[in-house]
Design a protein around this ligand. Structure first.
Ligand SMILES: Nc1ncnc2c1ncn2[C@@H]1O[C@H](COP(=O)(O)OP(=O)(O)OP(=O)(O)O)[C@@H](O)[C@H]1O
Ligand SMILES: [Mg+2]
Length: 492
């Protein structure tokens, strides 16, 4: 839906000021000014004939005598509907150059000359003003096409006519000055496109999304985000405290949000995402997090944006991850059961919403105040295979997904959770290849000395070679082993 400019509506509230300026204008103007302005008024306003006749009287009286009474006031006229558009007197701001070029021949030293006598000063001001006017005109003339572009954009703020986008690109190449103005203008008049979130169950409601379809070419323009002009949302909104994590693709920082004084984790991609396809892929992480909403065992998501062609994600700050390289000690069976139960609840929640994580591993399980949280949704996809599948870290992946069998994507997460817990209680990193790697995928696990048989059997069934035999997340959450563990914990 195109939005119509509300310029005139806003100006109605300025009527009084405009009337005053009209009054000043009328005092010193000639009849031909009024004629010209009258033309504009008839263009800008649904002017009533009464107004026209009142103006006509004004012109006539001016023609009779160039001297109107000094206290002439338009308010005195009994015409309540008399409204002058601001455009009547002012240059519309969309054709005002950002930095009007200054005249080369302007004598700046003149400013240092002692204050001239009154008549001379008036002359100086006039001559300067004339020079500036000439310069402005020249600037506008030399950028005729820019003017046309800006007018086009103002008329078509949603950018439904994609020729404008091409014009912008073409002009950006020609004049960097023009490109900055056009970019600034575009940001002002055209918000970024609305992207469809494929992780939302009712996403089909948005299938006919007018923004995404009509403005597909504009999407890249907007998704590139801020940053190139030195404005940084990250720096403006957050105070960076320290780096708290590095993944294969991202840096994660602990930050203080300036406006609310709270700590958050902000993750941003390591490299710039130049291609639109790369950006859209990166967006899948925030789209899945946003679609999921709040769950105690999923890292909280707050906001995201593109800056300098990198995706920034503001998240709940956790204390640390379960990365085997950073843990001071092996997990005890009790701790392992706590972690397994809580992450199983997170899986039950996301699988219930049709989403599979596909990169579950200790590095992506965070701990906050003793609560385990699933994070890093960079590989999240839909269980119904309607989105591309990109599996995560191979050490935690079952054989079927490595064979590109995507029939039971929810069970991939169950295997990965079993493998993660197995690694955490054994204390040695899982292999990336070789016979041990293959053995694990055939259900041949080493015994876990000191651990209950039930616990070992549970891990074994979670890592079964056949995905169908693995328990669902719901089965896992309801396994009696967790009840017994919680009861024994309370009795201690
Ligand atoms: N919200 C958070 N709170 C605390 N630490 C975090 C948070 N998010 C990430 N980290 C830390 O940063 C590390 C890297 O984050 P993350 O796994 O999201 O990045 P990535 O590049 O997507 O990783 P991967 O290599 O697994 O794909 C995590 O292992 C964790 O240690
Ligand atoms: Mg990670």
């Amino acid at each position: 839906m195109k939005r119509k400019g509300s310029r005139r509506g806003n100006l109605n509230s300025n009527t009084k000021r405009q009337r005053q300026s009209c009054s000043i204008m009328v005092k010193g103007t000639l009849a031909n000014h009024l004629t010209m302005q009258l033309d504009q008024v008839s263009l800008n306003l649904p002017i009533q004939s009464a107004n026209n006749s009142r103006f006509q009287k004004l012109i006539d009286s001016e023609a009779r005598s160039d001297n109107l009474p000094l206290d002439f006031d338009v308010d005195a006229a009994d015409d309540k509907d008399f409204i002058l558009s601001q455009d009547f007197f002012c240059t519309p701001d969309y054709i005002t150059p950002e930095i009007p070029a200054m005249p080369n021949n302007l004598d700046w030293n003149k400013e240092n000359i002692p204050c001239p006598k009154s008549p001379e000063k008036i002359k100086t001001i006039r001559s300067k003003r004339q020079k500036l006017d000439v310069t402005l005109e020249a600037a506008l003339e030399s950028t005729d096409s820019r003017h046309q572009l800006l007018v086009d954009l103002a008329k078509d703020p949603l950018g439904t006519n994609e020729i404008k986008t091409e014009k912008t690109a073409e002009l950006q190449k020609q004049h960097s000055y023009v490109s900055q103005s056009a970019v600034a203008l575009r940001c002002r008049v055209m918000p970024p496109p609305c992207l469809r979130n494929p992780y939302l169950k009712d996403a089909s409601e948005f299938d006919a999304d007018p923004f995404d379809n009509q403005r597909s070419r504009c999407a890249g323009f907007n998704l590139a985000g801020i940053g190139g002009d030195g404005l940084s949302r990250y720096r403006t909104d957050f105070h960076e405290i320290e780096k708290i994590g590095n993944g294969n693709f991202s840096h994660v920082f602990k930050v203080l949000k300036r406006i609310d004084g709270c700590m958050y984790a902000v993750k941003h991609s390591m490299r710039q995402l130049h291609q639109d396809t790369e950006r859209r892929k990166a967006l899948m992480e925030v789209q899945s997090l946003a679609a999921l909403g709040y769950h105690e065992n999923i890292v909280g998501y707050f906001s995201s944006w593109f800056e300098n062609e990198q995706l920034y994600i503001q998240m709940e700050l956790c204390d640390h991850s379960l990365s085997i390289n950073k843990l001071p000690n092996l997990l005890t069976e009790g701790e392992a059961l706590d972690a397994m139960h809580q992450i199983a609840k997170a899986l039950q929640f996301i699988h219930g919403r049709g989403i599979a994580h596909l990169d579950l591993k200790p590095d992506n399980i965070y701990v906050k105040n003793g609560v385990y949280k699933l994070g890093d949704f960079g590989c999240a996809t839909l269980i119904n295979k309607s989105l591309p599948v990109e599996e995560g870290d191979a050490r935690y992946m079952p054989q079927e997904i490595l064979n590109e069998n995507y029939d039971n994507l929810d069970k991939v997460d169950i295997f990965s959770l079993g493998a993660s817990i197995y690694e955490l209680v054994r204390g040695s990193p899982l292999p990336e290849s070789g016979s041990h790697f293959l053995n694990l995928r055939e259900g041949k696990l080493a015994l876990l000395p000191g651990h209950s048989l039930q616990f070992q059997n549970l891990i074994k069934v979670m890592m079964d070679a056949d995905p169908v035999r693995r328990p669902s997340a719901k089965d896992l959450v309801e396994n009696p082993i967790f009840d017994r563990h919680q009861r024994s914990g309370k009795n201690k």
